[in-house]
Design a protein around this ligand. Structure first.
Ligand SMILES: Nc1nc2c(ncn2[C@@H]2O[C@H](COP(=O)(O)OP(=O)(O)OP(=O)(O)O)[C@@H](O)[C@H]2O)c(=O)[nH]1
Ligand SMILES: [Mg+2]
Length: 387
């Protein structure tokens, strides 16, 4: 299958067949058929005979390869983290536990903004400069639409053409795994792997839709909102409360005949920010303008990121936020696990259809149904279906 006509990007798992097939289908966990999303199953063409598959790596090999900065092992380690197959979970968790001590010596920058604001273009321009200055940059995308529409996986990567070829940069599109919570968990774990592999700057790009912004805010140190002038989203931004969650507002596309408008929008934001609660203790949210095209304002933007880090490290806010994020992450994981265990419980699974019918039929109330399901989930022996 892997003939010369098909370029095989490192982020496409070995057995996915053609890159085209991968980006349009929700892929199963490495061994399973699919992760429970309706519809699409692996086609025969996408499954390679077992003999041609690369031998599975041991946890030692993953850990040593990641720490040594081996790109192909890095890609496989992230695929392992993203896998939904149960047998990969233990391996992934053991690998992560051993990599955590090497992670964390980074700055994690979240970038959000409406579709088309220029997030990927900005990461490309800023990223290339940072690589020139000797930084090692990893770019992760959290795109909630990725499981349904395939998201803008390719869109983002094509915008980062030069960066994706830079040896100091690594770009990993959003895992196509359905629920945002799942996407976020995997992105957090992917971040740990990238940090252990020696990347000192992590960019997390997310498209500006409510929940994914909150999710990304909860996994980064500094949160940047990219806006464009004249899109009438000043009010939008305030309404969504996103302006109170961000630490920096950058009005992009400040070039050509849009320059003055961008500058006027920047002044508007700066004025509005005076009335809003800043997102980070001891830091005044700033509004800047820039152009990912001309590169103007990009250095000032990064200088603001570095000032933010210096300020919050000195005040202890930087470390405190990371500790709180780890606590929140733990509780999220617990809730996710409880949910998986509950809905995986055979008594619950077996009786769910009948109980849902009773709710629809009005024979029992949602409250009654909920407590019945909870009682069922706690039974030791298998309960025959209620009806
Ligand atoms: N004039 C101008 N156009 C820009 C600039 N930055 C990006 N663009 C254009 O804006 C469009 C969207 O750019 P992207 O970088 O893909 O935007 P995005 O925010 O990543 O979009 P999504 O990932 O789809 O949410 C493209 O046509 C870019 O060429 C800029 O600084 N100036
Ligand atoms: Mg993008």
């Amino acid at each position: 299958m892997n003939d010369s006509t098909h370029h095989h990007p490192e982020w496409v798992p070995e057995h996915a067949g053609t890159a085209q097939g991968f980006t349009t289908n929700v892929m199963p966990g490495i061994k399973s058929r699919h992760d429970g999303l309706p519809g699409v199953g692996a086609t025969r063409a996408m499954v390679r005979p077992p003999s041609a598959r690369r031998p599975e790596l041991t946890v030692d090999a993953y850990v040593d390869g990641v720490l040594a900065g081996d790109r192909s092992i890095l890609a496989r380690a992230i695929t392992l983290v993203e896998s939904n197959a149960d047998r990969h979970q233990d391996q992934a968790q053991e690998m992560l536990t051993r990599l955590v001590p090497y992670a964390g010596k980074t700055i994690r920058v979240g970038i959000t903004g409406v579709p088309g604001a220029g997030k990927s273009s900005l990461i490309e321009t800023l990223g290339l400069r940072l690589c020139e200055r000797g930084h090692k940059l990893a770019v992760l995308a959290v795109d909630p639409s990725s499981s349904v529409t395939g998201g803008s996986i390719l869109g983002d990567k094509t915008r980062m053409e030069l960066l994706s070829r830079n040896r100091n940069a690594y770009i990993r599109p959003s895992p196509a795994s359905g629920v945002l919570g799942g996407v976020a968990r995997k992105s957090r774990e992917t971040m740990i792997v990238c940090e252990a592999a020696g990347f000192d700057v992590i960019f997390v790009e997310t498209v500006g839709v409510g929940q994914s912004e909150i999710t990304v805010r909860s996994m980064v140190d500094i949160f940047m909102l990219l806006q464009i002038a004249g899109a009438g989203d000043e009010l939008q931004g305030i309404k969504k409360g996103i302006m109170e969650r961000c630490d920096l507002i950058a009005v992009n596309k400040a070039d050509g005949d849009n320059k003055l408008r961008a500058e006027a929008a920047r002044v508007d934001y700066q004025r509005i920010l005076r009335y809003l609660q800043p997102s980070t203790e001891g830091w005044k949210t700033q509004a800047l303008s820039c152009s990912a095209y001309t590169g103007e304002g990009i250095d000032a933007l990064w200088a603001a990121v570095e000032a933010f880090r210096a300020n919050t490290v000195a005040s202890g806010v930087f470390e405190k936020r990371r500790q709180q994020q780890n606590l929140d992450w733990t509780h999220n994981l617990v809730l996710e696990q409880i949910k998986r265990t509950f809905y995986g419980n055979p008594n619950v699974r077996m009786n769910m259809p009948a109980i849902e019918q009773k709710i629809i039929g009005g024979q029992i109330s949602p409250t009654q149904a909920a407590s019945l399901l909870l009682r069922l989930s706690m039974l030791e022996e298998l309960q025959t279906p209620l009806c």
